[in-house]
Each structure stands twice: as C-alpha cells, then as structure tokens.
Design a protein around this ligand. Structure first.
Ligand code: FMN
Length: 437
C-alpha cells in the first residue's frame, strides 16, 4: 500500500449502484432513473471517478429481481458492463462481484481473464457466497444452500479459479509463425476433482496480464473472515463507526498474519458522504433524500436485514427486541451492524430506518469537504481503514461533490494520489503480481 513516493497511500473505490445508494434517490425529480440501461450513464460516472484518480469502480451484484416497486436494483450485468467501461477509460480499475454459489469456476475464470486482457490489467473480482432464496431458485436450488456449504464451495471455487489462471505460464504463448503458437510444456491441465467441481483445464484464455485479477472479498462471519484472511487481496467491509471499523480491521489483520501471509490486504469499508460548503447544507441534502423514502419500503428492507417481518412495527416506538447474533441464521455481518446501531444509539424505528436508508448501515459522513477529509483521515490513521468504498447517495451529484471538493483536500494532505502511478489495478492498490507457475 506504499505509493512510489514511499508513503502509505489511501485507496478509494467508487461503488456504483443504480441512481445512488440512498434507497429513495431514484424518486428525486432529477434522478437518472431513465438512464439505467444506457451505458453512457455509467461511462460518465466512471470517467468522473477516473478524473478523481480513484483506484477502481466497484459493482455489487444480485441474481433475482425482488421488490421491484421499491426502486431499481440490478439492471445491466456487471461483467458485460465492465467490458464496455474499460474501453471508455484508460487507468481506473473495475471490480465485479462474482457469486461462488451460482457461477462455475471455469466460467468465472474465463470471463475475468478475458476482461483483464481487454482492459490491460485493470480487473478485480469480489467473491461473495450470495444470500437469498429467490436467487437460489434462479439457479437450480430449492432454497439457498446453508452457510457452511456455501463457504466450503467458495473456498474450492477460489482455488479452481486461481488454478485455471495459473494453467498458462506467462511465457506460454510463442506466436512463432513458422513454428508453434503456444508451448505445450507451459500450459497444463489442472485435473481438479473436489466436493463441488470437476475441472480438467487448462483455461481457454492465456494467463491474465495481472497474473490473477485482484481478489476482493466481502463477508463478515467467521467463515467469511477466514476466507478473506487466506485468499483476499483486498476487502470490502461494512463498519458504521470507527470503533466497529477498528475491531474488524484488527481482527482481519490478525487473521491474515495467522494465515502466514505478509500481504497488505487493504481494508476498505463502505462510506456514504453528503458534502456541501456548509454543514447545514450537507444535512439539507441528506434530509431531502430521506424525505423521499416511503416508510413501508424502508420497513420491508429492514425485514431483510433482521430476518423477520417488520411491517407492523410502530414507527415512533423503540426498536423491538431482536435475537442475539448467535441465534440469527441470515447474513451475520449486516445484522451485527443493525444490533450495534440499536445498542449505541437506541433509535426509534423511524430513526433506524433513516440511518439504514443510504448504504444499509455503512458509515455515513455529513459535512463540509474539510470535515469529511478530517474524518476519513482519522479512520485511515487509526486502524479503521486503508481506504474506502465510496457509496454516493445520489448519482451523479454526490460523486461530483466528492471528486471536486474532498479529493483535492486529501491530495493536498498527501493522503491520496494526484496522478496514477501504475497502469494495473494491482499497481494502484500496491499489490504484487503473483509469480507464474
Ligand atoms: C460489505 C458486504 C458486501 C456484500 N456484497 C454482496 C453482493 O454484492 N452480492 C451478494 O450476493 N452478496 C454480497 N455480500 C454477501 C456476502 O458475500 C455473504 O454471502 C453474506 O454476507 C453471508 O456471509 P457472511 O455471513 O460471512 O457475511 C456482501 C457482504 C458484505 C459484508
């Protein structure tokens, strides 16, 4: 994570999502809701992020179309979107979420390797095990397979993908017009046979320019953290305040060391920002979006996080008692965040909904550019974060605000790059290229 100037460098990804991360952003009269199928919209946002010298554009992903009345969720599929965006940009990286439960490793390895070639080495993948029964039922399962099974499959999946990328040595392609196209001694089968997959290999695509596209991981349970500690090269985390970020950060860095790794593994929590020239104006921007949010929509979303029907909850009453973390069978990371907000802020149901409406419990910073930069620096210098996954509440405005007013302050303080120093995503993140087998 050192820049070439030798300083520890902050990393910032833009997490692109629909009209923005506030659940009501699409309802705003000037929102881009009519442009979500238009690649020009994403190109414009990616170019803004590149103008701000951000490390990468990050895409989450899901595999079912639920609650469509509440707002846009998925529209363009991320891998195909990234293929187009990489042609509209030059230096910024792109990270796609990939489900280890629903993809096959051969398919994932092939698409990501192909993207890494066509982008000139700017690709990353965010391995998730997915969450919802409605997704499982689009992929041949009656319901979501259980957590342990999903993480066993995820580990095998990652190993097969890495093996396939290594099935070609760097110098396997000879392109000798009078002789051989490739050296058969430098391309090998992997002959994998495990609990979930049978894959002979080799891959159809020669070794990616980065060796391996950069692996991100986003899972908060013990198994998620262990998988991250053993394999992830960077982590997308969820932390709603500095103490919870520090607890997560220290735990992951400890697990990485326990796994015998020296890699930096930058940890990048999600960050929602409302920026304006005065704090009052920034709060007004936040309130304007909050007021667009229908309470039923927010209650339904809360129900997903806490695994129960919240539709009858009294808005101005305290949040009803919820089961302890160990008794909760759904995704534990976000649930732990909800429990922590309740414990520390003791909000009413309405206040909790407001807190979760943008980014679902990720950290929210509201204020002037200096105030936001101060807070980001505080996290960066105090084992809270190595960078952030920026989640603009409304697009393109909140992204423009951040790039035009916060980035220059971070640059002036020497915390963030003024120019790209590398050509690959690996280079931006200060990660070494894995050696060829
Ligand atoms: C910060 C964060 C981001 C995530 N993003 C996605 C996503 O885009 N798509 C998805 O299907 N799952 C996503 N997940 C879900 C995880 O991959 C995982 O399947 C789920 O959280 C259950 O694992 P856990 O109990 O280890 O958290 C995300 C989880 C976290 C913590």
């Amino acid at each position: 994570m050192q820049s070439t100037a030798g300083r520890r460098a902050m990393h910032i990804n833009l997490f692109l999502f629909a009209c923005g991360h506030h659940r009501a952003a699409w309802r705003h009269p000037y929102s881009s809701v009519g442009r979500l199928g238009d690649i020009g919209y994403y190109e414009q946002l990616a170019r803004t992020a590149e103008r701000g010298k951000l490390d990468a554009v990050f895409f989450a992903d899901g595999q079912s179309a639920d609650n469509l009345a509440d707002g846009p969720k998925w529209f363009l599929e991320p891998l195909t979107t990234i293929a187009a965006l990489s042609r509209a940009t030059e230096r910024i990286g792109f990270i796609s979420t990939v489900s280890s439960t629903f993809y096959t490793p051969f398919h994932a390895a092939r698409m990501l390797a192909s993207l890494d070639h066509l982008s000139g080495g700017r690709i990353g993948w965010n391995v998730v095990t997915s969450m919802f029964d409605s997704e499982a039922r689009n992929h041949g399962y009656e319901a979501m397979p259980d957590h342990d099974w999903r993480y066993r499959r995820a580990e095998e999946f990652v190993n097969v993908v890495l093996g396939l990328w290594d099935s070609w040595a760097d110098e396997a392609l000879l392109r000798d017009r009078q002789g051989r196209y490739a050296d058969p001694d430098k391309v090998h089968a992997i002959q994998h046979q495990g609990e979930h997959f049978l894959v002979d290999g080799p891959l159809t695509v020669p070794r990616p320019p980065q060796g391996h596209p950069v692996m991100f991981q986003a899972g908060a349970s013990g198994q998620g953290r262990d998988l991250a500690a053993r394999y992830a090269e960077a982590i997308y985390a969820v932390a709603y305040d500095l103490p919870s970020a520090q607890a997560y950060y220290r735990d992951i860095k400890h697990r990485v060391r326990e796994a015998g790794r020296q890699d930096p593994v930058p940890i990048m929590p999600g960050l929602v920002t409302y920026v304006a020239s005065t704090a009052a104006e920034a709060r007004r921007k936040q309130r304007e979006l909050d007021e667009l949010l229908p309470p039923e929509d927010a209650l339904r979303q809360l129900g997903l996080y806490v695994g129960q029907n919240c539709m009858g909850w009294e808005l101005d009453a305290p949040v009803p008692d919820l089961p302890a973390l160990e008794d909760f069978t759904g995704p534990k990371g976000r649930y732990a965040t909800v429990l922590r907000i309740i414990e520390t802020e003791q909000p009413t149901v309405r206040q909790l909904l407001g807190r979760l409406a943008a980014g679902g419990g990720h950290c929210t910073m509201v204020g002037t550019p200096d105030e936001i930069a101060d807070e980001m620096e505080r996290w960066f210098l105090n084992e809270g974060a190595d960078g952030f996954n920026l989640m603009p509440p409304a697009l393109p405005d909140s992204l423009d605000d951040f790039v035009d007013s916060v980035i220059p302050i971070l640059q002036a303080r020497g915390l963030f790059r003024r120019e790209y120093e590398a050509r690959s995503l690996r280079g931006h993140l200060g990660l070494l290229r894995p050696a060829s087998a």
